[in-house]
Design a protein around this ligand. Sequence first.
Ligand code: N1C
Length: 259
Amino acid sequence: MGIKALALCFGFVLICVGIGIGLWFHLKGKDFSQVILQRCKSYNASGNPELRDRDCQQIVEAFTKAFVSKDPCKITWEDYAPLLQLTKQALPCDKIFLWSKTKGLVEELQQKQKNDLFLMRDTLIGHMADNLKWCGKEGSSEINTESCQKNNCEESPVDVFWKVASKWFAENVCGVVGVLLSGSVSQAFNRNSIFGSVEVPNLKRALVTKLQTWVIHNKGGDASDSCSGSSISELEKIVRERGIVFTCKDIQSLDQIDT
Ligand code: N1C
């Protein structure tokens, strides 16, 4: 084969690879929007009359507009404000459960209690984003759902999203609110977590009567922290200062949670 033919072949392969990569990213982006749209539609159809008339197409647009074509390290709370505006809803009192480092356990508890607990992922905004990752790129309309964590930002688009959604959630929770914390980490109450930095400071004295805390311990595992530890004392102080009743119970199993 002559040098010319070889160069031509090489060029062709390069173009094919380029198109392939472009198409892959394009479809990935479509995937994200499709998943969000599907989740929005199924949530709205699931019976909540308040949400039945929400325009899912508009909601998906607001969601993607928040981060697409932008530097993923510079996403702000304001970027997600239009999405939040479109997805706000009333929350059921006395059923709300918060968590920190115990997502899987709280979901297990919810299954056991036949869905009588209401978590952030049971709101429209939480349901759409549950277990997804996303980020954009400046000067491109791509949606990346794979390698987002690799850009070493202080706050990723996903981090900002959960803070915005959790602030709204905490401001609106009502009645007796539960929280499951882990006794297997050094600080069951961590002021840097979303629970510690966003949710607790935004609980409203006029809406929340009591914060019931459970600290769960691994059977046979090392107990790193408990209700009598200093991190929970700090939580108790903050909650009481906000005029909300506080209780804490150490437990070994989810069955010990009586809501
Ligand atoms: O930082 P955390 O926990 O204290 O956040 C948990 C807290 C819960 O009470 C929820 O209401 O904040 C809310 N929340 C979610 O519902 C949620 N779903 C998925 C916060 N974060 C959520 N995620 C992802 O888990 C998100 O990527 C965030 O950064 C982690 C936080 O988990 P964590 O440290 O165990």
